[in-house]
Each structure stands twice: as structure tokens, then as C-alpha cells.
Design a protein around this ligand. Structure first.
Ligand SMILES: *[C@@H]1O[C@H](CO)[C@@H](O)[C@H](O)[C@H]1NC(C)=O
Ligand SMILES: *[C@@H]1O[C@H](CO)[C@@H](O)[C@H](O)[C@H]1NC(C)=O
Ligand SMILES: *[C@@H]1O[C@H](CO)[C@@H](O)[C@H](O)[C@H]1NC(C)=O
Ligand SMILES: *[C@@H]1O[C@H](CO)[C@@H](O)[C@H](O)[C@H]1NC(C)=O
Ligand SMILES: *[C@@H]1O[C@H](CO)[C@@H](O)[C@H](O)[C@H]1NC(C)=O
Ligand SMILES: *[C@@H]1O[C@H](CO)[C@@H](O)[C@H](O)[C@H]1NC(C)=O
Ligand SMILES: *[C@@H]1O[C@H](CO)[C@@H](O)[C@H](O)[C@H]1NC(C)=O
Ligand SMILES: *[C@@H]1O[C@H](CO)[C@@H](O)[C@H](O)[C@H]1NC(C)=O
Ligand SMILES: [Cu+2]
Length: 233
């Protein structure tokens, strides 16, 4: 079942393009090395002990992330797992996932850690970025980090810039269906280009996604969850 699901998804995907993590440094270049495939969970087939990998110091309160995306649009999920050789990416930095539009660099100056994740200085971890296309094909890349409570070279300044063609919206979590006013979906607009401020969101709770067929949205979420958690089992 797992194998057939995977084959189906791999076959449905676009063979080229994909994406890269520019910051923190990814574990290896999974774009150009034919030994790797971004279709492979959890880290594109790049083993933890691959040569020339770099582990980046990253603030223990959350830090910046820069991606280079090559598809017209994609859903983006960011997870963290603790340890040196992570197999369980059980913390989500995007409880409400992103819908990214445009081809180019997306730099987010500050990503908050989830409540309950308060890493100690020196705690090793791995950031996993999952993108999910319209067809349901997921792509994976990982970046290894060490959490630091002290001063960390901050990438959130002038170096964290987003290409003009790139933006993202935050697709609200499906909340309690019994709540009032049918607002199960909230949408927040974000653009990483306001690089010097800590926040990227300019949050209107406008129903920009209110026209979305929620059945479809739910299946996207279900599929993504299946990928991120089901396939790790
Ligand atoms: C890790 O850093 C070294 C030295 O800067 C560099 O040569 C190497 O390409 C880096 N590895 C990756 C995967 O970027
Ligand atoms: C490609 O990946 C393989 C397997 O990890 C590795 O042995 C090889 O050195 C990599 N090639 C380059 C150019 O990094
Ligand atoms: C990391 O964990 C995987 C899965 O348990 C294992 O196959 C691999 O050998 C481990 N790598 C290292 C460097 O410990
Ligand atoms: C996540 O997994 C780690 C071990 O991999 C565990 O120590 C931690 O308690 C887990 N956290 C949550 C919120 O599941
Ligand atoms: C995500 O963005 C793409 C391109 O703008 C759009 O076609 C798609 O419907 C959006 N998905 C959601 C759930 O808003
Ligand atoms: C930008 O990157 C350069 C080179 O890595 C570094 O020297 C500089 O401090 C960075 N600037 C900011 C504002 O992060
Ligand atoms: C959903 O809403 C109902 C009615 O207000 C409430 O009883 C229930 O606890 C809520 N469930 C969650 C998961 O919030
Ligand atoms: C939403 O999509 C589902 C499945 O494609 C379809 O059965 C349903 O009629 C659609 N609902 C609306 C309001 O378009
Ligand atoms: Cu691609």
C-alpha cells in the first residue's frame, strides 16, 4: 500500500524543477545529484551522515528560512524533528500551511516555534520542508541545525529578501465545523520582502479562500498529513 501510493505519487510528479533550501544550508544538493530524489521521504534520500553536510546554528526562539521554488505555485509545510539523526519530524512550524505562488526565492525572516518546543542551547534538530503540488506529489528537503540560545548570526536582515514574483498565503486550519459563521478557513497574506521586521504577516482575516471547495482543501490536508506522518511509520 505504501509502495503503491508512493509510486503513484512519484509518477504523477513533474520530473524537473523542484526546490531548494537556501537557508539554513540544506543537507546536500538534492537538485543536481542524481543519487537523490526529492520525492523520497523524509529528506530526499540524503542520509544524515552524508559528506560535506553543514549544520547551521539557528536561534532557539525560531529563525529565518529561505527557499528557492520553481513551480508556478505549491503548498509548503515546514516541520522540525529533534536529534542528530531525525526520523520523526513531529513539530510543525506551519500548523496552517502556505500556498506559495511564483517562481523564485521566498525568504521568511522569522518562523515561530510551536508552543511546547523550547530547545536547549546545543540541541540538534533537522528542519524538513515539504512542498505539495496540485497533483498531490510531495517533495522533500532537509536542513540540519543546532539551536542556539545566545547570539546567532542572524539571516533575517538585508540578506533575507523575497523575489517580487513570489508571495504566499496562509491557508487556515480547518477548525471546529460547528463554530459560527462558517469560517473554517482563514487566510493571511504574507510576503517575506519586509525583511527587516520580525513579522511577515499582514493578516487580514478576509475570506480570500472562502470560495475554496472545502472538500478539496480537506483532502489536500489529509494527503499532506498522510505523507508527513503516515509514511514515517
Ligand atoms: C558545506 O560548507 C562547505 C564549506 O563552506 C561547502 O563547501 C559545502 O558545499 C557545503 N555543503 C552544502 C551541502 O552546501
Ligand atoms: C551525489 O551523492 C552521492 C551519494 O551520497 C555522493 O557519493 C556523491 O559524492 C554526490 N555527488 C556530488 C557531486 O555531490
Ligand atoms: C539514521 O537513522 C536511520 C533510520 O533509523 C538509519 O538507517 C541510519 O543508519 C542512521 N544514520 C546514522 C548516521 O546514524
Ligand atoms: C517528538 O519526538 C521526540 C523524539 O523524537 C520526543 O522527544 C518529543 O516528545 C516528541 N514531541 C511531540 C510533541 O510529539
Ligand atoms: C493556491 O494557489 C493557486 C495559484 O494561485 C490556486 O490555483 C489554488 O486554488 C490555491 N489553493 C488554495 C487552497 O487556495
Ligand atoms: C549578509 O550576509 C553576509 C555574508 O554572509 C554577512 O556578512 C552579513 O552580516 C549579512 N547581513 C545581514 C544583515 O544578515
Ligand atoms: C467543537 O465545538 C463544540 C460545540 O461548540 C464543542 O463542544 C467541542 O468541544 C469543539 N471541539 C473542538 C475540537 O474544539
Ligand atoms: C466540492 O468538491 C466535491 C468533490 O470534488 C464535490 O462533490 C462537491 O460537490 C463540491 N462542492 C462544491 C460546493 O463545489
Ligand atoms: Cu519540481
Amino acid at each position: 500500500m505504501l509502495a503503491s501510493l508512493f509510486t503513484l505519487v512519484a509518477a504523477a510528479g513533474v520530473a524537473s524543477a523542484h526546490f531548494q533550501i537556501e537557508y539554513p544550508t540544506w543537507r546536500a544538493d538534492s537538485l543536481t545529484n542524481a543519487s537523490y530524489s526529492q520525492y523520497v521521504f523524509p529528506c530526499a534520500g540524503v542520509p544524515q551522515d552524508v559528506a560535506n553536510a553543514n549544520r547551521t546554528d539557528w536561534p532557539a526562539t525560531g529563525g529565518s528560512l529561505s527557499l528557492d521554488l520553481h513551480h508556478p505555485w505549491t503548498y509548503v509545510f515546514i516541520n522540525i524533528g529533534l536529534g542528530e539523526n531525525v526520523t520523526n519530524f513531529n513539530y510543525s512550524l506551519t500548523p496552517s500551511f502556505w500556498n506559495e505562488t511564483g517562481s523564485g526565492v521566498l525568504c521568511v525572516p522569522h518562523l515561530d516555534l510551536p508552543v511546547g518546543l523550547e530547545p536547549a542551547d546545543g540541541q540538534k534538530a533537522t528542519i524538513q520542508v515539504v512542498t505539495l503540488g496540485e497533483s498531490g506529489s510531495a517533495l522533500y528537503n532537509c536542513a540540519d541545525i543546532t539551536f542556539r540560545t545566545g547570539d546567532v548570526a542572524n539571516f533575517g536582515g538585508a540578506n533575507c529578501t523575497t523575489d517580487a514574483a513570489v508571495s504566499y498565503t496562509i491557508i487556515g486550519e480547518q477548525t471546529n465545523g460547528t463554530s459560527s459563521s462558517g469560517s473554517g478557513t482563514a487566510t493571511t497574506s504574507g510576503s517575506g520582502s519586509s525583511a527587516t521586521t520580525g513579522s511577515t504577516t499582514t493578516g487580514t482575516n478576509a475570506g480570500a479562500a472562502s470560495g475554496v471547495n472545502k472538500t478539496v482543501l480537506m483532502s489536500v490536508v489529509a494527503l499532506a498529513v498522510a505523507f508527513m506522518y503516515g509514511m514515517s511509520a
